[in-house]
Design a binder for this molecule. Structure first.
Ligand code: SF4
Length: 320
């Protein structure tokens, strides 16, 4: 039994962007797939996913299918794999509309798709409707995926690493598209990423995951300016600083993320943590998420106050 995700809980308001960050294997994508009930049959899920008061986990499969792609939609990680290479891009987006609204005529669906492709910044959308995925660049394919996800004006949009594998210019354009979509639709957005620059630019709140659990969550300003978990602090201090001069080496978090088959006892981060006190309490007692002194900011660390103070000193040092 592998606990890919363990005790994750969060809420999402309308028109809010919640970023979920963490290393590969921390449980970000499994969390997202759980929300849509897209986990493989071998997976066991307990708990609730409440969408406007309805527990998604308790829905019949046909009811869940109606919700998926209409009220809750997802932009998948790999746009090339997610699009069918044998079908024209426009038809694939139109299918997303007609499957949930069979009353929409083909002509109307086409007009709507052209409008959507235009909204997400695909140039000459009327002509590109009839092209195949291989005729689109990586950035354009990602835009088409976003168009497909927002085709039915969902209330919740989950974007799983939408900018991975794109060059920085295209990344910035895709993020701008997501911002535009948010302004236009008012959807709540769960943005899964390992890129803290993306989080700073787009998100309102951030949820940091490590070894399948939430280790810190709060407003982006709170978490970035006063991180209270050593893992978050490590992520932030490993970023290159524009103000940093000279040849100082980048800081790194030592070690590797744990295998979820063999999660360290106590705090799962303790083998990599510079603040750990061993063996007690860090290797014996798992810290629960608890409130910090900032309202809305929680962290799972026995020594969060000390981490916050050290973080202020480090970020001050980096700023200077
Ligand atoms: Fe580090 Fe201990 Fe805090 Fe875990 S509980 S993050 S090991 S100081």
């Amino acid at each position: 039994m592998v606990k890919a995700v363990d005790g994750v809980s969060f809420d999402l308001a309308e028109n809010e962007v919640l970023a979920v960050v963490g290393e590969s294997g921390s449980g970000k994508t499994v969390t997202a797939l759980s929300m849509l009930r897209l986990l493989p049959a071998s997976a066991k899920m307990t708990g609730q996913v409440l969408f406007r008061g309805t527990d998604v986990t308790a829905l019949r499969e046909d009811e869940a299918r109606k919700l998926r792609g209409s009220r809750i939609a997802m932009v998948f990680q790999d746009a090339l794999a997610a699009l069918n290479p044998l079908h024209r891009v426009g038809n694939q987006v139109a299918e997303a509309i007609r499957i949930h609204h069979p009353e929409v005529k083909r002509k109307e669906a086409r007009a709507r798709v052209v409008e959507l492709l235009d909204l997400v910044g695909v140039p000459n959308p009327g002509a590109r409707y009839d092209e195949y995925p291989h005729q689109f660049s990586g950035g354009m394919r990602q835009r088409a995926m976003i168009a497909m996800a927002i085709a039915n004006d969902p209330d919740v949009l989950i974007a799983d690493e939408p900018t991975t594998a794109l060059d920085v210019t295209t990344q910035a354009q895709v993020l701008e598209v997501l911002q535009r979509v948010r302004e236009r639709t008012g959807s709540g957005m769960v943005l899964i990423t390992h890129d803290l620059g993306v989080v700073a630019g787009v998100a309102d709140r951030v949820l940091v995951m490590y070894a399948g659990r939430v280790v810190e969550t709060g407003g982006v300003d709170q978490v970035f300016h006063r991180p209270q978990h050593p893992y978050t602090l490590g992520l932030l201090t490993s970023l290159p600083q524009l103000a940093q001069r000279g040849q100082r080496r980048l800081r790194r978090i030592p070690g590797q993320p744990p295998s979820l088959i063999d999660v360290p006892p106590g705090c799962a981060f303790h083998p990599r943590c510079a603040f750990a006190r061993l063996p007690e309490p860090c290797a014996s007692t798992r810290p629960d998420l608890s409130w910090t002194t900032d309202p809305g900011h929680v962290a799972a660390c026995h020594f969060s106050q000390q981490v916050a103070d050290a973080g202020l000193a480090t970020t001050g040092e980096q700023g200077s």
